[in-house]
Design a protein around this ligand. Structure first.
Ligand SMILES: Cc1cc2nc3c(=O)[nH]c(=O)nc-3n(C[C@H](O)[C@H](O)[C@H](O)COP(=O)(O)OP(=O)(O)OC[C@H]3O[C@@H](n4cnc5c(N)ncnc54)[C@H](O)[C@@H]3O)c2cc1C
Length: 421
């Protein structure tokens, strides 16, 4: 059977490793941390995944936490007014539910499953020199090491990377004890709170080592008032600052935090990175080639919560490309075609995410505002998180946006707010 090396045991690397293993490939997985180190370490993401990405996990039978993780049935948007009241507030319903399973739980569990099923797990932080050696002994080497140092093997694709610096400062806190959501206590949603010019707060339920929890995730415009977490080492101090900023900018979310406490000492994270698309093929000093996977080749800002979704979609797409290639050599031409197939989907994520990082133009504000009166608009926006290609049809182009809003308004009939005709 064909021998494949996967370097990096995150969403994409593990999903690929388990998928290839189940199809009879001889897989070696290299991870720079053990399952226990991951499980007891620091949180890495908010990892909210939508229907299509979750379905790829179900297709492989590795949706081990689906019955325990809260079902996220909607996406809510609130926009803060200058006086910290809510200028916009609505929730769209998802056609299929989303879920967030703490990557510490999922990656540790998947790593153990891979090893139990006979996979070869090597605990080693790979360097380029290691890959040079391995590329000669494996049929295919894939690098799924996230945004770590190995990305230096893959050239930045400037044409596809409009930003060369981080666009948000990220600060995450996992908490227990968040109060009920008064807007819709009957179902869970990801709530996006936008503070114009300042940043965004995302609130979502997750399943972590200690059961159900909620995540408070600030995305701050660099240099602004939310860009204040760098250098904070004490998790309690991180939480205190999170809450202080909530009180100042989003009092309706702050009102739910009276009893919150961190899930654990590893329940906070702060950082930033520049969204970057890279060329998919890395060339090793001896001439061997390696294929980049997921964040290695397409890293978007988490403002749209797409990275784990994309990692799942990349893993599913590469798995299909590998299987379809049969016994033929995994050469550079095949690597490029495997990436191009993934980019068909990934380009929409990158375009939408980069658009959301910029100040919203008037027609986007119109769409977000109209969603408060027109439920189909709210629902469509929410479902765009599952399939961002739909934004091409109504989001970027002012004429398409206006035409869509006119169409939905007409279909919904005259409302009390409509001018009399
Ligand atoms: C704050 C934040 C919030 C986010 N929220 C969301 C969200 O809600 N929804 C969503 O879809 N995405 C979200 N993301 C993005 C998502 O977490 C990532 O895009 C996703 O995990 C990428 O998966 P991956 O497989 O490419 O890499 P990773 O998950 O980063 O996995 C890479 C693995 O490789 C290991 N590694 C690194 N270097 C080496 C080496 N040299 N040798 C061996 N192993 C190595 C790392 O330790 C890691 O385990 C968020 C990200 C952040 C930072």
């Amino acid at each position: 059977m064909r021998k494949i090396l996967i370097v990096g045991a995150g969403q994409s690397g593990l999903q690929l490793a388990l998928g290839l293993q189940s199809k009879g490939y001889e897989v070696t997985l290299m991870s720079n941390r053990t399952a226990d180190e991951i499980r007891t370490g620091r949180v890495m993401s908010t990892q909210c995944m939508f229907h299509t990405a979750l379905q790829h996990e179900r297709d492989l039978g590795i949706n081990f936490w689906e019955s325990q993780a809260p079902r996220i049935e909607g996406v809510g948007v609130s926009v803060a007014a200058p006086d910290a009241s809510r200028a916009i507030d609505w929730v769209g319903k998802l056609d299929g539910y989303a879920q967030s399973v703490d990557q510490r739980v999922k990656m540790a569990g998947w790593m153990e499953t891979f090893a139990q099923r006979g996979g070869q797990l090597v605990i080693h932080g790979a360097a380029v020199g290691d890959l040079d050696y391995f590329s000669r002994t494996y049929d295919l080497v894939m690098v799924s090491a996230g945004k770590g140092e190995l990305v230096s093997m893959f050239a930045r694709d400037a044409a596809r990377s409009p930003y060369d610096a981080p666009q948000r400062a990220l600060a995450v806190a996992y908490v227990h004890g968040l109060g009920p959501r008064p807007e819709h206590p009957e179902f869970d949603a990801v709530r996006c709170n936008l503070v114009p010019g300042v940043g965004e707060l995302f609130v979502m339920p997750t399943f972590t080592n200690s059961g159900r929890a909620d995540i408070l995730f600030w995305e701050g415009v660099p240099g602004g008032p939310l860009d204040a977490f760098q250098g904070i080492k004490d998790p309690q101090e991180h939480l205190a600052l999170t809450l202080e900023l909530l009180k100042r900018f989003l009092p309706w979310e702050y009102d739910r935090t009276a009893k919150v406490e961190l899930t654990d000492a590893g329940g906070t994270l702060a950082g930033r990175y520049a969204p970057t698309v890279r060329k998919p093929i890395g060339r090793l000093p001896s001439g061997g080639l390696v294929l980049g996977v997921a964040d290695v080749v397409v890293a978007n800002d988490p403002i749209t919560g797409q990275g784990s979704n994309s990692a799942s979609k990349c893993a599913a797409s590469y798995l299909a490309s590998i299987e379809a290639h049969g016994d033929k050599p995994f050469d550079g031409e095949w690597m490029q075609s495997a990436f191009d197939r993934y980019w068909e989907t990934a380009q929409h994520v990158t375009k939408w995410t980069n658009a959301m990082l910029a100040p919203p133009p008037g027609h986007v504000l119109n769409v977000l505002g109209a969603a408060g009166q027109l439920q189909p608009v709210a629902d469509r926006f929410a479902n765009g998180f599952n399939d961002p290609s739909d934004f091409e049809n109504f989001f970027y182009d002012p004429e398409l946006a206006d035409a869509y809003l006119a169409e939905v308004s007409a279909a919904s009939g005259p409302s009390e707010d409509s001018p009399a005709s």
